[in-house]
Design a protein. Structure first.
Lengths: 151, 264, 268
């Protein structure tokens, strides 16, 4: 009798723990059980300082994908970013990808702006129009020294 | 001069003792792994230990989780209000709890509630010759006494941590949203945006390490009580071993928390 | 009783030495324990008899020497071999050493659960038989904390004989017991020898029970074995140490008061 009681309570404890874990992992942590179907595009940036793997891609303020990898291109001295875009989100050939910051000192993310071309990019293609990260320090020093650090 | 020599001697003895204990604890881990690789397995002892380490700690964990969540909500609100960004409250509470406070506080609670009694239990079994009796019955104490406790710790501490995290988020919600009137949506959505799977995973990894560390240190301190200098046979030995185990495992939790945080 | 030949020894100990740091606890012990008889190891506290017992049981590794028990050299055997040998022995510890988280019955069944594949019903019956042998049937479902000293010792005895061992060790069976309970335990030990043909090793300093149960006696003092023999031989011994023990004289009589005073005050 005692034994069954112990097993029952322990079982309930385990279930409670697993439920709490699932809630955190799925709802808050955003780990989806199966991956959202999507396609991968690449983009080259002069500078992406602050952008991280797993970062968010937004279009019109809505989350439409994640940054799947970041590489360095030694030939052109640029950053190559692989963007995982959710299916059903069209990206035109002249769409613009820009590195932005949430708030002044918030996290970096990539903002997609729609283009005017009717042709859409598909798996493995490149977004040619890009805008690099705006460095707060550069902006400040530009302002103070009146164009002293023109690039 | 001789007092200096005496001090150096004491320092040396202290270091040797610490090294010896670390070695014994590590050896115990190897024994547990060895036992895990050799059937037969018995599950009921593990369930029993999980009941003791995990289920019986639930009330404490829930109460302290809510309290910590409320304290965090209060403090973060006061700070964030000065910068006019109370919408970050959810993110602050969630990251603080899931990455750091949840695993650490849970581990410390388990040390105080279950760890101390594990040491006392094993210490008493040692001085009343129960461990010897087990040996003489050809039953391995590592399998019979230690392994179930360590495995139960490995499983229970992460589960408790998850419960702690969960209720702490609601503690923060209660203070932030219900008391100070932060928008409900910004609390939860800020949390969902800020917390990544990596954060949850880091908390989980920490709590697994803490679970093993705490039970292992407490077991080794009680089980090898007779081998330590201070562990004079008797009630005094048990009480000093228990104190040692609590201090050592708390330090181990805090230090390894830093290590994991630095490495991750 | 003296018809035993040298071939059937349950335990043979040769040149057993145990050091603890700089202190020598056992100083070259040679002892043979014959099959099917009761050997009592006696001596005052601190004589090294507990250490000797712990060495035989494999709980303490000796510094040198050999201990052959049931065909295994306990001093050098691997852990696995020691465990194999231990399945054929039973040990009743001084304070009982019952597992405090289990009932008396669970304590007694433990070895059966761990080492055999018997079904629950058989285990129950075997437990009750052993409990009946030590006259403890009514205590089956009590916790060890609810037992008196004598009951705990009897329960420990029941636990020690549950696997019907060839060899039974009993540490201080009558210490801390009132005379009638002690006598009851002595009777039980004799019954076990006769009824089950066990070899029994008893470690004690209680003279009353020694001469009631012993076939052989080994006397220890300061880490040495100073005399072995039958009870008659021990009584007849001319060794003054043994006579001192048997007549329960105080260990040392102070003759030279001045010298003793000097020793106490450190020569001032």
């Amino acid at each position: 009798m005692n034994k069954i009681n112990v097993q029952l309570i322990t079982g309930l404890f385990v279930m409670l723990g697993i439920a709490a874990f699932t809630y955190q992992a799925v709802t808050i942590g955003g780990a989806s059980i199966r991956e959202v179907p999507g396609y991968t595009l690449t983009a080259r940036f002069d500078s992406i300082s602050g952008l991280r793997k797993g970062g968010i891609i937004e279009a019109a303020g809505v989350r439409v994908g994640t940054i799947s990898s970041i590489k360095f291109d030694p030939d052109n001295y640029k950053a190559i970013v692989n963007l995982r875009i959710n299916d059903g989100v069209p990206v035109q050939q002249d769409a613009i990808a820009s590195v932005r910051t949430q708030g002044i000192i918030g996290e970096k993310y990539i903002k997609l702006s729609a283009g005017g071309f009717p042709d859409l990019l598909t798996e493995g293609m490149e977004i040619h129009e890009t805008e690099s990260a705006v460095s707060l320090e550069e902006l400040v020093s530009k302002y103070i020294f009146d164009g002293g650090t023109k690039k | 001069m001789s007092s200096l020599a005496k001090n150096i001697e004491n320092l040396g003895a202290f270091c040797l003792n610490a090294l010896e204990q670390t070695g014994r604890t590590f050896n115990m881990l190897l024994q547990v792994i060895w036992e895990l690789l050799h059937p037969p397995y018995r599950f009921y002892p593990i369930v029993r230990q999980m009941y003791f380490i995990g289920a019986r700690s639930l009330t404490l964990i829930i109460v302290s989780g809510i309290t910590i969540g409320m304290v965090l909500g209060l403090q973060f609100y006061n700070i964030l209000q000065r910068f006019g960004s109370v919408e970050l409250l959810g993110a602050g509470v969630a990251l603080g709890v899931i990455r750091e406070l949840g695993p650490v506080m849970t581990a410390l609670m388990v040390v105080g509630r279950a760890g101390s009694s594990i040491t006392a239990e094993l210490g008493i079994m040692r001085i009343t010759e129960q461990v010897d009796a087990l040996e003489c019955m050809a039953i391995s104490p590592d399998k019979f006494l230690i392994a179930p406790k360590v495995i139960a710790g490995l499983l229970s501490v992460p589960l408790l941590t998850m419960v702690f995290d969960f209720v702490a988020l609601f503690g923060g919600y209660f203070v932030g949203v219900k008391m100070f009137g932060v928008a409900e949506g910004s609390y939860w959505n800020g949390m969902i945006d800020a917390v990544e799977w990596q954060d949850v995973r880091l908390g989980l990894e920490k709590s697994i390490v803490f679970g093993v560390l705490v039970t292992l240190i407490c077991c080794s301190r009680g089980f090898y009580m007779h081998l330590t200098k201070a562990g004079s046979q008797g009630a005094e030995g048990v009480s000093s071993a228990t104190t040692d185990a609590v201090v050592l495992s708390s330090i181990a939790v805090l230090f390894s928390d830093f290590l994991i945080g630095a490495l991750a | 009783m003296s018809g035993n030949t040298t071939t059937d020894k349950a335990i043979t100990i040769r040149n057993l030495v145990v050091d603890y740091g700089p202190r020598r606890i056992l100083n070259g012990i040679n002892l043979e324990i014959p099959n099917g008889q009761i050997m009592v190891i006696m001596g005052q506290s601190g004589a090294g008899k507990s250490t000797l017992l712990r060495c035989i049981l494999g709980l303490k590794k000796p510094t040198s020497g050999s201990i052959h028990m049931l065909g295994t050299d306990i001093a050098t055997a691997s852990r696995t071999d020691i465990y194999k040998a231990r399945k054929q022995i039973g040990v009743a510890f001084q304070g009982g050493a019952l597992f405090s988280s289990m009932t008396v019955a669970e304590n007694i069944q433990l070895a059966l659960h761990e080492h055999t594949n018997l079904d629950e019903k058989t285990i129950q019956i075997m437990t009750r038989i052993k409990l009946d042998m030590v006259n403890m049937l009514e205590a089956e479902n009590l916790m060890p904390s609810e037992l008196s000293g004598g009951m705990a010792k009897r329960a420990a005895l029941a636990r020690a004989i549950i696997m019907d061992p060839k060899l039974l060790f009993f540490d201080e069976p009558s210490s801390g017991l009132d005379p009638s309970t002690a006598a009851e335990l002595d009777q039980l030990i004799l019954t076990l020898k006769k009824g089950m043909g066990m070899t029994i090793v008893v470690v004690t300093h209680e003279l009353d029970s020694i001469f009631k149960i012993a076939d052989h006696i080994a006397v220890m003092k300061d880490g040495n074995l100073i005399e072995t023999g039958t009870p008659q031989q021990i009584i007849a011994s001319t060794n003054p140490e043994i006579q001192g023990m048997l007549n329960r004289k105080p260990r040392e009589t102070i003759v030279d008061t001045d010298a003793h005073l000097r020793r106490l005050t450190g020569g001032f």
